[in-house]
Write a protein that binds this ligand. Structure first.
Ligand SMILES: NC(=O)c1ccc[n+]([C@@H]2O[C@H](COP(=O)([O-])OP(=O)(O)OC[C@H]3O[C@@H](n4cnc5c(N)ncnc54)[C@H](O)[C@@H]3O)[C@@H](O)[C@H]2O)c1
Length: 280
């Protein structure tokens, strides 16, 4: 059994959508706990095609690219400075061929993958069903749900062969409670919870634990770009009356992927400040 100090020593982790926000915080926390971490995202500072990529992926990616709010290479350097191995790789979770190639490269480099955090997600539009943009519906399903499936399928044979693995899917309270104007987003986040349970059942015989995190509202660049009045209303209905910090999510993930949580599989863990609790 690992000690609390070096909880993830010797482990190799891959985080998707880790150029900023929760993914970046997760990568840093896993490294702090001892893991080597591969940072993946569609948007990476050093990638010269990031403008076209942003165009393809919609409003939030365009803002992210134009304001240069992406830290994949920087995060890898910060992790290296902790004495761990780390590098950033461009990976679009919707591109099965690219996902396969990236996982093969990681295996060539490290010989194994112990932890996968399916974090990549789209948080950039709110619209009622009559106005739901069909392209965004397709994109949300592709990135949030099919993306997690693509990465899980790619890593599965390696984890199965090792007889050990930890997978985390990033759901949302929109997936458990629904979300007004969030038809596509909430459908994908609800789907991820069922996917988590099915994979936990299949993974049990191979030593692969699969869990989901169910964040409430967390203060990331994406959240802070949202409508301020709407954000205030969400904070107000949260029992703890404040948004969570990215580290709150990262700490929960660090625990769930460690041996300390070896008897936990198939759960959706609320890290939400009690936003789902009944209030009046
Ligand atoms: N911030 C919150 O309040 C909150 C609440 C609930 C759930 N979540 C979930 O947590 C995750 C991270 O959210 P965040 O607030 O950090 O948002 P974010 O927009 O900062 O991060 C999402 C990341 O995913 C990347 N991405 C988008 N499409 C991709 C693709 N096809 N392939 C690879 N990467 C892609 C983006 O470039 C970005 O770096 C998302 O899945 C989101 O749905 C966030």
């Amino acid at each position: 059994m690992s000690s609390w100090n070096d909880l993830l020593k010797g482990k190799v982790a891959v985080v998707t959508g880790a150029s900023r926000g929760l993914g970046r915080a997760d990568a840093l926390a896993l490294a702090e706990a001892g893991a080597d971490v591969v940072i993946t995202d569609i948007l990476i500072e050093s990638d010269e095609s990031s403008e076209e990529e942003a165009e393809r992926f919609g409003p939030i990616a365009q803002v992210m690219q134009s304001t240069k709010v992406m830290y994949a290479d920087q995060t890898a350097k910060e992790i290296q400075a902790m004495g761990r191995q780390s590098f950033s790789m461009k990976m679009d979770v919707t591109d099965r061929e690219q996902v396969q190639e990236v996982f093969e490269k990681i295996i060539d480099e490290f010989g194994k993958i112990d932890i996968l955090v399916n974090n990549a997600g789209t948080l950039d539009h709110v619209s009622q069903i009559e106005n739901q943009n069909d392209d965004f519906w397709e994109r949300d399903l592709n990135v949030n749900l099919t993306g997690a499936y693509n990465c899980t399928k790619a890593v599965w044979p390696y984890m199965k062969e090792q007889g050990d693995g930890r997978i985390i899917n990033m759901s949302s309270v929109a997936g458990t409670l629904g979300g007004f104007g969030q038809a596509s987003y909430s459908a994908t986040k609800g789907g991820l919870l069922s996917f988590t349970k099915s994979m936990a059942l299949e993974g049990a015989r191979h030593g692969i634990n699969v869990n989901a995190i169910v964040p409430g509202i967390i203060s990331t660049e994406a959240f802070n770009m949202g409508n301020q009045k709407m954000n205030e209303r969400m904070i107000n209905r949260t029992a703890l009356k404040k948004p969570g910090e990215p580290e709150d999510i990262a700490n929960a993930i660090t625990f769930l992927v460690s041996d300390k949580a070896k008897y936990i599989t198939g759960v959706g863990l609320n890290v939400s400040g009690g936003i789902e609790l009944f209030t009046y």
